[in-house]
Design a protein around this ligand. Sequence first.
Ligand SMILES: [Zn+2]
Length: 318
Amino acid sequence: MNRIIRNTQQETNMSLDDTSHPGRPGPDELVPSRYALKVGEIDVLVVSDGVLPLPTAMLAHNADPAVRAAWLHDMFLPPDAFDWALNVVVVRSGGKTILIDAGLGADPDLHLPRAGQLIKRLEAAGIDLASVTDLVLTHMHMDHIGGLLVDGVKERLRPDLRIHVAAAEVKFWESPDFSHTSMPPGFPDALRSAAKRFVNAYHNHLRQFDEEHEVAPGVVVRRTGGHTPGHSVVRLASAGDALTFAGDAVFAVGFDQPDWHNGFEHDPEEAARVRVRLLRELAETGEMLVATHLPFPSVGRVAVAGDTFRWVPAFWDY
Ligand SMILES: [Zn+2]
């Protein structure tokens, strides 16, 4: 099934590449890659950076492989590897344009060519990089900062761009500990190098916060720790509506199996506590959730089902 979709998409892209669209930034894509909604007065746009095929063992390196295989089977997912979504959010509030995370960018060594689409898709959505006033980073893993490292991107950003990130995150990457993670070969080095290149390139733009910071009216970033020591979530609240962008605090498997350790988590036990606390909060308040790696457009709510949770996707609003 996956293979058929992929081939169709390649063929479609090829045929569209041959067609010129004067005045447009790039070829149209048949698969939607952005979804807009409002949270009170705040404009929100979820943009897909593409997908990231990863081995399924990374979903749960502390789980019995047979139980993990059964979960994948029940979810109609392939047993060995599947595509993680990669969502980025653009927020407009109080005259500011805020980008939350920046996608994977381009790292040819990791063979992930289907991710790293953010810059192209922002252009297709009519969002000029020079209009971005603030950037919020949930954490400094490559799939959240890599878009900023693509050739030519820094030059197109504003010289007064503010990048909000937890101080604990910047500190962590000075000497990162990978001893509790479980990643495919090559990933730890790639992540170390991306974080280093990011700090070198953008240190003048960094606005570090300790626990919490209001970036714009109703846009608050809050450190959770767990996934990485400075991992943060962003809560948007306006006129009685609220939505939390949870970064990597929640993965697709995290509703049924909140205690499963994801291979990218640097402190998996704390990450599980953070996840359960956040899901409980959201289930209680009924507020919306968007997370980096939930299936696009990743807008939904959380219900409690005994000791586990249930993901309730929002109905698309056309
Ligand atoms: Zn991630």
